[in-house]
Design a protein around this ligand. Structure first.
Ligand code: SAH
Length: 332
């Protein structure tokens, strides 16, 4: 359409003044085109309005800044930076109660947790797992020397063990205590690797109990390595290892248990089922060391209980098959 008009304009050649007038007229009124329906095209109009708005805004800014100068005296450079610093993000004050965060527990209930206490718990749990592994991978005398140097490590180990026990549905210790409670005659009982000496606590009045462990956590406990007991030959009627066959020198522990037992005395072992490489070979090995098996049973899915009786004959001092795997705890 535009093209056509240009063409039309070009037909007015030869009359420049007229032509100029016509062109101007057309440019000004072209959009009306005689019909007056279309709006005028003014491409410069918006530009002009934008410029005017900018100018007005700039003027307003100047006015405002003059106002603020009157209200607040202009700060020196030093004061300005000080002010800026003050305006920076406020440091949060440490509040112990604020350290608590809400979390969902395994049951989906909302519980409050303290992240610092939680981190400490995780560190202690890691240390417990490390100490537990150490006990399964060194000899009894090495463990004894280690804890003699570091008593706090032993306390941490015992706290960790007690935490684990709380999660178990049962404990072979209960079975042993029941068995001792049912014994009519007073027995001389040695609890080797006794921990907190729970057996002495439970049946200490009925029987004569001696409780041995690497470190004495209370007055009932005698501190020693159970491969070197401070006790006479044949002085015990019953020797108990409840979850305590931990060192790598199992032969020494069994040999020492036999030394302190009287002939006919009972060796009782409560252990974690998953530790056994072969239960049959384990029993055969103990038999060869001068015992006979009188009872052997699965207590629960987790624990086995064995009763042996001391006999006179020792077939082999270090028979094949006396092996137990370490009992390691999973990271949670
Ligand atoms: N008998 C207790 C504790 C079991 S934990 C109970 O059933 O609850 C194992 C215990 O054996 C630990 O207290 C550990 O210190 C102890 N122990 C491991 N090796 C030992 C050793 N060579 N001499 C003495 N105690 C030992």
């Amino acid at each position: 359409m535009g093209k056509k008009r240009v063409n039309e304009v070009s037909t007015t050649e030869g009359a420049p003044a007229e032509k100029k007038k016509k062109v101007e007229k057309w440019l000004n009124t072209s959009s009306e085109d005689g019909e007056g329906t279309k709006k005028k095209k003014r491409p410069w109009r918006n530009k002009v309005r934008k410029l005017a708005a900018k100018k007005a805004a700039a003027e307003r800014r100047v006015e405002n800044s003059e106002e603020s100068t009157i209200l607040e005296p202009v700060a020196t450079a030093e004061e300005a930076t000080k002010k800026k610093k003050k305006r920076g993000p406020k440091k949060k004050k440490y509040k112990p109660e604020a350290a608590e965060v809400e979390k969902k527990n395994e049951e989906g209930d909302t519980v409050k947790e303290n992240p610092i206490a939680e981190a400490k718990k995780r560190l202690d749990a890691g240390r417990f797992r490390m100490l537990n592994e150490k006990l399964y991978t060194c000899t009894g005398s090495e463990a004894f020397d280690f804890f003699k140097e570091d008593r706090t490590a032993f306390d941490l180990y015992h706290r960790g063990f007690a935490d684990q026990v709380k999660k178990w549905p049962n404990h072979p210790l209960r079975e042993i205590i029941r068995w001792l409670q049912a014994k009519p005659d007073k027995q001389a009982v040695f609890d080797l690797g006794c921990g907190e000496a729970k057996i002495a606590e439970a049946v200490g009045e009925k029987h004569t109990i001696r409780s041995f462990d690497l470190v004495a956590v209370n007055d009932r406990v005698e501190s020693c390595d159970m491969s070197k007991l401070p006790a006479e030959d044949g002085s015990a009627d019953v020797v108990i290892f409840c979850l305590s066959l931990m060192g790598t020198n199992l032969y020494d522990f069994i040999k020492e248990a036999r030394r302190v037992l009287r002939t006919g005395g009972v060796l009782k072992i409560g252990e974690v089922t998953s530790r056994f490489v072969s239960i049959k070979q384990f029993c055969e090995a103990i038999n060869k060391m001068g015992f006979e098996t009188t009872n052997r049973r699965q207590l629960t899915d987790y624990f086995m209980m064995f009763d042996f009786r001391k006999i006179d004959k020792v077939e082999q001092k270090r028979p094949y098959g006396l092996k137990l795997k370490p009992c390691l705890y999973k990271k949670r």
